[in-house]
Design a protein around this ligand. Structure first.
Ligand code: PDD
Length: 286
């Protein structure tokens, strides 16, 4: 099915959607993005994604081209135009097309490039992988130092994902100075008894929107939340592990660098957090 995509205010069939070769997103990875899930035709944690988009843009000295109400209308329109029941909305905002290549930013009044498209994923919340869990390997984290900005500079995460694929597993956990930062495109957690442990927020990791919600629900469900560094060795000894992201929600991790956790089976805490997250977020979906 041909998707209808959004490009700078126009709704066009995907084959007709065009961005300039001089666009700074293309030449410099000078742009930011958001991935928002859709369940039952409704947007999951839309406000969280809007807030982070605004922060990413301001960290790069870019003006947010739309109010949250305008974004909501655009998101709803693209979901409707493409008949998305379950899936994702991808949004990218770049610094735009200055008409040539230059390291310096163009004038602040250059209009940004705004692109949205949808991905249909029927049964997204019932992913069979959630029943069996992911296996991960660890790789060195050699990304840049502003991972809190959700830029489209995703080459190293892609390389790490390929290393995972070549190793026959699902994802890679990135390790810096001996401690896990996050997954290639998700936040990482371990579970010890009643404690859920995940790295604290800083410019070392993306401030996951799913992470914020999951930690809130975890505290409400009387889990102890510990925001601190952990090593791969500690993770391999943990009772359970899981990751969170807007597209995978809460995904159990059952093997880390060949070491099985909870007998290689999905554990009760990851299962509970996934259910809690999906129930609460479906209820609040827009
Ligand atoms: N990735 N860490 C990284 C490096 C990410 O790329 C992502 C999201 C997350 C989780 O953030 P959130 O819960 O807000 O999705 C953490 C998206 C899903 C992607 O690139 O497809």
């Amino acid at each position: 099915m041909t998707r209808i995509v959004y490009v700078n205010g126009d709704w066009v069939p995907e084959a007709e959607a065009k961005v300039s070769v001089f666009d700074r997103g293309f030449l410099m990875a000078d742009g930011v993005y958001e991935v928002t899930s859709v369940l039952d035709g409704k947007l999951i944690d839309f406000e969280g994604h809007c807030l982070r988009l605004d922060r990413s843009l301001s960290e790069l000295e870019m003006t947010n081209p739309h109010s949250n109400a305008e974004w909501l209308a655009i998101f709803r329109e693209i979901v409707a135009q493409n008949g998305i029941v379950d899936g994702m909305v991808y949004l990218q905002v770049t610094r735009g097309n200055p008409g040539d290549r230059d390291f310096a930013y163009p004038a602040a009044d250059l209009p940004p490039t705004v692109v949205l498209f949808t991905q249909s994923k029927p049964g997204l919340a019932d992913s069979p992988a959630a029943k069996t869990g992911w296996k991960v390997i660890s790789v060195e984290d050699i990304r840049w130092g502003r991972r809190d900005i959700k830029t489209v500079q995703l080459l190293y995460p892609s390389m790490a994902k390929m290393a995972a694929k070549k190793a026959g597993v699902d994802d890679a956990w990135l390790v810096e100075d001996g401690f896990v930062t996050e997954g290639t495109s998700n936040n990482a957690y371990i579970v010890k008894g009643n404690r859920i442990i995940t790295r604290a927020l800083s410019s070392d990791i993306l401030h996951g929107i799913t992470r914020a919600a999951v930690l809130r629900f975890a505290a409400e469900a009387q889990f102890e939340v510990e925001e601190r560094n952990f090593t791969i060795a500690e993770a391999q000894e943990a009772d359970e592990a899981f990751i969170t992201s807007a597209s995978a929600f809460v995904m159990p991790v059952v093997e880390i660098d060949g070491a099985a956790l909870s007998g290689g089976k999905v554990g009760p805490v990851a299962t509970r957090m996934r259910e809690l997250y999906l129930d609460e977020m479906r209820r609040a979906a827009l």
